[in-house]
Structures are given as structure tokens and as C-alpha cells.
Design a protein around this ligand. Structure first.
Ligand SMILES: Nc1nc2c(c(=O)[nH]1)N[C@H]1C(S)=C(S)[C@@H](COP(=O)(O)O)O[C@H]1N2
Ligand SMILES: [Mo]
Length: 324
């Protein structure tokens, strides 16, 4: 689990100040009964705790060339926390989904300007995804009330989807009879080559693994040095498409690969630990690589195809170490 203080943050605008006493969640649109719920109402509903790996769709963006203009994430925009809340599905069933509903939109309280449009951060999910078993309206992270930066008092957590779907500071859920055309859906988070293309929407997390860099870093260059001798290389792997089935590791830049041992997983939606025994053949420079494959056969490419937003870069992780 990632402690809240080490979990990445992605905040498009400002962190809203919310007085929980006056805050309400509205459920509206194509529903049989509109709802307005307080935080206590939500806490009184059935509660579920699930370990979920959240990853920003822009994780790895700074690795791409030319570098897309947005958050310059290297590898750090991922974390795994235990989220506690009430299943969205139960709430939608209580409201009653009306005829002709196709999507559910989630609006946050944070306001800003993006693409020349003033907006409240808002995203939608197809109805079938919103009714999925694991989607949570979360009011706790790692057993404590949500910190302001992670969405206090209430956020959506959509396991398996890139982070943009997990709307923070929720104020309104709208059941829609036509696809949501808001900025974060129609303009943002699309995989495309040029700004005038519609592109494909970003949705589920593609398989990825990261290596915990062995050895020690040089202060200025970050170059790593590892003492000669047997070494256990460790890391994490995850996929929002299907469970991780295999992690392979290479110590020669991807020429030859060996299978890592997979560790336990806190839930289907949490990353999985892995480890690989490595005996460096002697002093020299080595490039460690890791590659995850899920049980639907999705795997990590050696080199990710470029896109304008720099989304979903899941190319194999490479860590160079000097054995001395
Ligand atoms: N209301 C609101 N929700 C939001 C965002 C935002 O800017 N505003 N950022 C999204 C993005 S892009 C990501 S990756 C996740 C990050 O969640 P975290 O900051 O709790 O890690 O929140 C999502 N939910
Ligand atoms: Mo993100």
C-alpha cells in the first residue's frame, strides 16, 4: 500500500475547500427519483474496502519524444491505496435508472479553464461500467477520511481505469440519455496524433511493470551503482484489462528474458509484487528491463507509439546499473 503522502496527485485546477456540513451529493438526470445525500447518509450505506492501483494516463509521458506538453511524469504517477466507500451501483439502483439511459456523468467541485472553456471537472462512464461491481463512492483512503488533495469529502474510484475516471470532490452524478460531450471526455484524454482528430478515448489501464531500482544513485546524475554479487530484483506489475499472469525480466536490455516469481495481490485491482534472482556475470554496465503480460495476452511494447497527449505509455521499464 502507498501511504497518502507518497501517493501521486493529479489536480487540474485548485483543491476545493469543502465544508462537510453543507455538502450534498446530487443524483439526477434519467432517474426515477432524484437523490440528495449527506456524508452521513453515504456512510450509513453498505461499506466496502478495496485495494486499488490508480495510475495517471500521463504516467511515462516525459519518456516520449517529442515530449507532449502536460505533466512531465516519468514513472511516479501510480500508487495503490485501500479505498473505503459505498458501491455506486446500489445508489444508482435506489435512484432507479430511467429508460434510455446510456451513460453516467460525475462532476467535481473544482473549477478552471482548459481549452478556452471554463468548466467544473466532469467525466462520464458508459452505463454498464458505472454499474460494474467494483466502482466505489469512496470517503476513506487507507483507513482515514479522504485528505483534501485526494477528493474530500467524496470521490469516485473506478478500478482498472486510468485515474481521470476517478472524479474527486464529487458533487453531482447525472444519468444521461446521450453520450457526455464535456471537455474532459470529448477533447481531453483522447489518443490521437493531431489536435483536429477525434481520436480514441482513454479508458482502461494497459499492462505495466516497474522495477525498484537496485543499488544506490549518484546524487547529481542518478546513475546507479550496485555491489557485485547475487541480487534480488523486485518490482510491481498491474493491468486494468485482465489479471497479470506473467512478468519477465532482462538484464541485457531486452535480448534475453527470464520469468519473475509473482507475489500475492491485495485485490484483483491492486498491483502485484514480483521478484527475480539475478547473478551479474561480473563488473560492467547492465540494462535491467521488466515486462508484464496479463491473462488476456496484453503485454508491454519495447517502445511505445507516440501520441499527442502522451497517454498510456506502457513501454518496458529500463533501469541501467553499473555493477562494481
Ligand atoms: N475533480 C477532479 N477529479 C479528478 C482530477 C481533477 O483534476 N479534478 N484529476 C483526475 C486525474 S487525471 C487523476 S490521474 C486522478 C488522480 O487521483 P489522485 O490525485 O487521488 O492520485 O484524479 C482524477 N480525478
Ligand atoms: Mo491523470
Amino acid at each position: 500500500m502507498t501511504p497518502a503522502g507518497l501517493h501521486y496527485l493529479l489536480i487540474h485546477y485548485d483543491i476545493p475547500v469543502v465544508d462537510p456540513a453543507g455538502w450534498r451529493l446530487a443524483v439526477t438526470g434519467r432517474v426515477d427519483h432524484e437523490l440528495s445525500l449527506s456524508l452521513d447518509d453515504l456512510r450509513a450505506r453498505p461499506a466496502v474496502t478495496t485495494a486499488v492501483t490508480l495510475e495517471c494516463a500521463g504516467n511515462g509521458r516525459a519518456q516520449l519524444s517529442p515530449r507532449p506538453l502536460s505533466q512531465p511524469w516519468l514513472f511516479e504517477a501510480v500508487g495503490t491505496a485501500e479505498w473505503t466507500g459505498t458501491p455506486l451501483r446500489g445508489l444508482l439502483e435506489d435512484a432507479g435508472i430511467g429508460a434510455g439511459a446510456v451513460e453516467v456523468a460525475f462532476r467535481g467541485l473544482d473549477r478552471g479553464i482548459e481549452g478556452d472553456e471554463e468548466q467544473l471537472y466532469e467525466r462520464s462512464l458508459p452505463l454498464a461500467e458505472a454499474l460494474g461491481d467494483h466502482v466505489l463512492l469512496a470517503y476513506e483512503m487507507n483507513g482515514a477520511p479522504l485528505p483534501p488533495q485526494h477528493g474530500f469529502p467524496l470521490r469516485l474510484v473506478v478500478p482498472g481505469w486510468y485515474g481521470m475516471a476517478s472524479v474527486k470532490w464529487l458533487e453531482r452524478i447525472s444519468v444521461l440519455d446521450s453520450p457526455f460531450g464535456g471537455y474532459q471526455q470529448a477533447r481531453g484524454y483522447r489518443v490521437r496524433q493531431t489536435p483536429d482528430e477525434d481520436g480514441e478515448p482513454v479508458s482502461r489501464i494497459v499492462p505495466r511493470s516497474l522495477i525498484i531500482p537496485p543499488g544506490v544513485p549518484d546524487f547529481a546524475t542518478r546513475a546507479r551503482t550496485l555491489a557485485d554479487g547475487p541480487c534480488v530484483v523486485r518490482g510491481r506489475a498491474w493491468s486494468g484489462l485482465a489479471p497479470v499472469e506473467r512478468v519477465e525480466v532482462s538484464a541485457d536490455g531486452g535480448e534475453t528474458w527470464g520469468d519473475a516469481r509473482l507475489g500475492p495481490q491485495a485485490s484483483r485491482w491492486a498491483w502485484r509484487s514480483w521478484e527475480w534472482d539475478w547473478e551479474p556475470p561480473g563488473p560492467g554496465t547492465y540494462e535491467l528491463c521488466s515486462r508484464a503480460t496479463d491473462d488476456a495476452g496484453n503485454t508491454q511494447p519495447l517502445e511505445a507509439p507516440w501520441n499527442l497527449g502522451g497517454y498510456a505509455n506502457n513501454e518496458v521499464h529500463r533501469v541501467e546499473v553499473a555493477v562494481a
